[in-house]
Design a protein around this ligand. Structure first.
Ligand code: NZQ
Ligand code: ZN
Length: 388
């Protein structure tokens, strides 16, 4: 196990009615920039509730609305300008990962002299930020409790993840009832995303990281148990609560620190989103089983890792690593495409040509150096083709 620093400064209020704690924002100043997306928070009543609490606390609220799924740099720049012009004290995101990610870079951009895109390309330039708060409405990315933000510049077909300590939220409110209104599509995509975060951290060649591995298996079992329940019963509290808490821990460092994994499916998916603006979790679901099969074939020593996954997560009783690994991948495929009804190939999300595969693979290869089984540009082209 490598040395590590585990640092999660985010205060979490978890459960029904915890939004009342937004009154604590008054400890950080008087002017709040409220960041939200396309209007779901108005339809489900969270907006009115938040505005009332902040109004009662004497806070003045400015609004940045219309944050896109796969948030765009233009929206970030708009928020930065508002923060600077209005001398905003703090940023509050209410929404899913896109909204929280946008708010994070707005908060850092407000304290940065140059263009906010610099911070996306190089997280080390984000040295300080306005305090960031979130009310989470979609369980998926873990942005509510991590340092990352993913922003796109579609004019250049670029989507990059950045990260900095100053972008970790100061406080996040996780009320599972706020996710009751999440659509089937986004519930399934969110489950695939949190599973992928867990896989990215779990599949490592590093030995002796048992604590992290067993935590990861527990998270995966929870996601596999409750994803289908949330699809069938959108207002099942326990399902939504377990998915929410599992997603936060999949990416906050708990299962990554100590094994130092470099991610590889995410860099590939970010290229799909950068060129085709698809839903992140759907792209991950399509690539994951293909990637598993590909790396198992490329490096047969990974049979041990996939077999451990099969035995501990899927309960496969088979002494042979190779056959257990294959069965585990098949279980994953069936779960994503049949149980969770996610799209099973790139054509199903509207990617009908391979014209950009070369450039996408080149960029993804650069972004995944050091991952579980190293992938060249040609390997990634093969994975895209197999997912087609
Ligand atoms: O925009 P609104 O109207 O709010 O609607 C959203 C959006 O259309 C809707 N939604 C959210 N909460 C809802 C709801 N609809 C009904 N009821 C609710 N309670 O869902 C749609 C998708 O929202 P979005 O925020 O885009 O989804 P998600 O949370 O999956 O975020 C995806 C983004 O996060 C990035 C992805 O790349 C993508 O850009 N990621 C961020 C990470 C991080 N910060 O650590 C890591 C991830 O790997 C990921 O890359
Ligand atoms: Zn993700």
């Amino acid at each position: 196990m490598y040395n590590f620093r585990f640092y999660v400064p985010t205060k979490i209020y978890f459960g029904k009615g915890q939004i009342s704690h937004l009154s604590e924002l008054k400890e950080y100043g008087t002017k709040v920039l409220l960041v939200y997306g396309g209007g779901s928070i108005k339809r489900n009543g969270i907006y009115d509730r938040a505005m009332k609490i902040m109004g009662d606390a004497g806070l003045t609220v400015y609004e940045l609305s219309g944050v896109e799924p796969n948030p765009k740099i233009e929206t970030v720049r708009k928020g930065v300008t508002m923060c600077k012009d209005e001398k905003i004290d703090m940023v509050l995101a209410i929404g899913g990962g896109s909204t929280i990610d946008c708010a994070k870079v707005v908060a850092a951009g407000a304290k940065y002299d140059g263009d906010a895109w610099d911070l996306v390309l190089d997280g080390s330039k984000a040295v300080t930020a306005l305090p960031i708060f979130s009310v989470l409405t979609l369980s998926a990315t873990g942005s509510e409790m991590d340092q990352f933000a993913v922003i796109s510049d579609m004019s250049k077909n670029e989507k990059w993840g950045t990260g900095a300590d100053c972008m970790k939220p100061t406080m996040s409110i996780l009320d599972p009832t706020y996710t009751f209104s999440v659509s089937r599509k986004q519930t399934a995509a969110g489950t695939a995303d949190m599973m992928s975060h867990t896989f990215e951290n779990y599949f490592t060649k590093e030995k002796g990281v048992d604590v992290q591995a067993r935590f990861a298996e527990g998270l995966l079992k929870t996601m596999i148990k409750y994803g289908p329940v949330a699809l069938a019963q959108p207002d099942n509290y326990d399902a939504r609560a377990n998915l929410m808490w599992a997603a936060s821990h999949a990416i906050n460092g708990l299962i990554a620190n100590g094994s130092q994994p470099a991610w590889c499916v995410h860099p590939m998916e970010h290229e799909l989103s950068a060129f085709y603006d698809i839903t992140h979790g759907q792209g991950l679901a399509i690539l994951t089983p293909v990637w598993m099969e590909y790396v198992l074939a490329k490096d047969p020593t990974t049979a041990e890792n996939f077999a451990t996954y099969g035995r501990n997560v899927w309960g496969i009783a088979d002494d042979d690593d190779k056959s257990t690994a294959k069965k585990a991948i098949e279980c994953t495929r069936k779960f994503l495409f049949e149980t969770m009804e996610l799209p099973a190939n790139l054509r199903a999300v509207g990617i009908t040509s391979d014209e950009h595969f070369e450039i996408m693979a080149e960029k993804a290869a650069k972004g995944s150096v050091g991952c579980f089984v190293p992938l060249t540009k040609d390997d990634i082209i093969n994975i895209f083709k197999a997912a087609f």
